[in-house]
Design a protein around this ligand. Structure first.
Ligand SMILES: Nc1ncnc2c1ncn2[C@@H]1O[C@H](COP(=O)(O)OP(=O)(O)OP(=O)(O)O)[C@@H](O)[C@H]1O
Ligand SMILES: [Mg+2]
Length: 244
């Protein structure tokens, strides 16, 4: 038995956009090195949860903890220093810059997080396809290659938790496979991964545990190997749409 606190946890997390409340008392936790999938329909609140954790939306101090220490309400740069790094939906790379320069941006941030586990060389070892493209402009690369750069950039901030928002969206199956194949090497380095994923089968296969969110509320959590498909369907679509 371990008494170690979760590396990241939320406690009654409420968040939204102005008057619109998108998350209702969300309790979520992830242990070091764990892969946790976050699934739910369009508009359920998956991205909002990641954004709230990253300090991109306001929250109260006690609602978010890093290794047991309340950090809610911190600025995004402080959340990066705490060890949270997001691979955002749509990647948000610097399109007019090279692979190397996109990665270097993060190396500067990562320095403040103490001993570097992730180096540029290690990112190239993780994604060999990128190694020969160091000097290529990101805008000239495929979506899958760009996603690798986005993951690499996030890793170079030396995260303890990598928050991935729909990293497989719109990509070819082969490259999705390559990206998911990189997960064990990431978690082996001790980094925990939150996977927001539309493809439920992929989410289950790639994760230790999962949470399902529906209209801003967690409707299911459990071990990915154990959860029943019917329970997922009910949690995903709501009781009214449960499969018979
Ligand atoms: N910038 C915003 N301003 C106002 N409302 C927003 C904003 N972003 C999201 N919302 C609303 O918040 C709710 C949760 O949205 P969110 O983007 O977190 O969903 P999601 O689960 O990530 O969905 P998707 O699968 O479509 O990415 C939705 O009702 C959405 O319309
Ligand atoms: Mg989203």
């Amino acid at each position: 038995m371990t008494t170690e606190p979760p590396i990241l946890s939320t406690h009654g997390l409420c968040a939204g956009y102005g008057d619109f409340q998108a998350l209702f008392s969300v309790d979520f936790e992830i242990m070091p090195g764990e892969v946790v999938a976050l699934i739910g329909a369009n508009g359920a609140g998956k991205s909002t949860l990641l954004k709230a954790v990253m300090g991109l939306l306001p929250s109260n101090r006690e609602m978010i903890r890093h290794a047991g220490v309340p950090v809610g309400g911190s600025a995004p740069y402080q959340m990066v220093q705490n060890g949270f790094a997001m691979v955002p939906e749509g990647r948000r790379l610097f399109a007019g810059m090279t692979v190397e320069d996109n990665l270097l941006v993060a190396v500067d941030h990562g320095r403040k997080n103490g001993a570097a586990i992730w180096t540029m060389q290690r990112v190239f070892d993780l994604f060999p396809a990128l190694a020969s493209m160091r000097k290529r402009l990101v805008e000239k690369m495929s979506g899958g290659q760009q996603q690798m750069v986005a993951i690499g950039r996030a890793l170079l901030s030396q995260p303890k938790v990598l928050l991935c928002d729909e990293i497989s969206l719109g990509l070819a199956p082969k490259v999705i496979g390559e990206i998911y194949d990189s997960m064990p090497a990431i978690t082996k380095a001790g980094t925990a991964v939150i996977l927001v994923e539309q493809d439920v089968s992929r989410a289950l296969a790639a994760s230790n545990r999962l949470y399902c969110i529906l209209e801003g509320r967690i409707t299911l959590s459990g071990n990915s190997a154990d959860v029943a498909r019917e329970d997922i369907a009910r949690a995903y679509f709501g009781a009214d749409h449960a499969v018979a």
